[in-house]
Design a protein around this ligand. Sequence first.
Ligand code: SF4
Ligand code: SF4
Length: 96
Amino acid sequence: MKGFRYLSNVATLRLDRETCVGCGLCLTVCPHNVFTLQAGKASIIDLDSCMECGACALNCPVKAIVVDAGVGCASGMINQWLAGFNIRFRKDSGCC
Ligand code: SF4
Ligand code: SF4
């Protein structure tokens, strides 16, 4: 999965740094290294790598993370694949 990117700046991931207790679980479970720890709190360093799998929010003990987990991962992979083939959809194609 390394190198896959989601659509730019659209991931629903949100982090409440005030609530974060710095346990580091989100760093451990995130497969895309979206987070780092800064000054004892989690920080989002690569939002566009987030595939919205929901693992971080599920494991955060203080519910400091919110993400709309759904089809983001699949969409991201498909978009990346299509981009590799330089495929574009017409606006009136009814897709997306
Ligand atoms: S939703 Fe998944 S990919 Fe996104 S930051 Fe959380 S663990 Fe990482
Ligand atoms: S899992 Fe939650 S409390 Fe732990 S570092 Fe991440 S955001 Fe902070």
